[in-house]
Design a protein around this ligand. Structure first.
Ligand code: SF4
Ligand code: SF4
Length: 191
């Protein structure tokens, strides 16, 4: 799935995938109307699907897998196309051509990607959970992702083109795989 291979007590590999954030507010409707994001992932329109991304940027961090143990480690090194200021891809439309191992997230593969961050809206919905209060679709404010400590904003150490492959293990961090302390959790669903 990923081109680069390096050695660290066995062979480890790095990989990533990308999604993007689009602005899409909750449709107004009656109080009883379910928000669109509670629909099954496969029933979302393309626009709805794209809007699920909270723009955290965690999936654009290089990840390493220890092929001896299968354990996946996040690093705080970001893809070469990542804009650490906005936490967005600098060339989303052409990302597949420019970064060949950038994986397109789909309703079909979202359940097969084991390194999705626990905060990722696609993972949450795949697990049948609601969106958390800091998600822009709920809060109406993209800044709540940063304020909740979920965003990669000011947490990226380097872009991958500036780090030698052999040095990537020095950048392993645990925070992208965790739910930030104090960040609200999805409400428990009724029924
Ligand atoms: S190509 Fe863009 S979307 Fe894909 S991992 Fe890199 S920054 Fe993220
Ligand atoms: S981890 Fe999920 S919510 Fe965050 S940027 Fe990637 S796809 Fe979007």
């Amino acid at each position: 799935m990923r081109n680069c291979r390096i050695v660290l007590s066995g062979t480890i590999r790095a990989f990533r995938f990308g999604a993007r954030m689009t602005q899409m507010r909750r449709k107004s409707g009656s109080a009883a109307e379910e928000p669109f994001w509670r629909k099954p992932l496969g029933e979302l329109t393309r626009r709805e699907w794209e809007s699920l991304c909270d723009g955290c940027g965690r999936c654009c961090l290089v990840k390493l897998e220890d092929e001896d143990t299968g354990r996946i480690h996040f690093t705080d090194v970001a893809c070469k196309l990542f804009d650490a200021g906005t936490c967005r891809c600098r060339d989303y439309a052409r990302r597949a051509r420019r970064v060949h191992d950038c994986i397109r997230l789909t309703p079909e593969n979202v359940g097969e990607i084991p390194w999705l961050p626990p905060t990722c809206a696609y993972r949450l919905r795949r697990e049948g959970k609601d969106l958390p209060p800091w998600h822009p679709l709920v809060s109406g404010d993209p800044e709540t992702v940063r304020r909740a400590g979920v965003s990669c904003h000011e947490k990226v150490s380097a872009l991958e083109e500036d780090v030698a492959l052999d040095d990537l293990p020095d950048f392993i961090v645990s925070w992208p795989g965790k739910w930030p302390k104090g960040a609200g959790r999805p409400p428990k669903r009724r029924g």
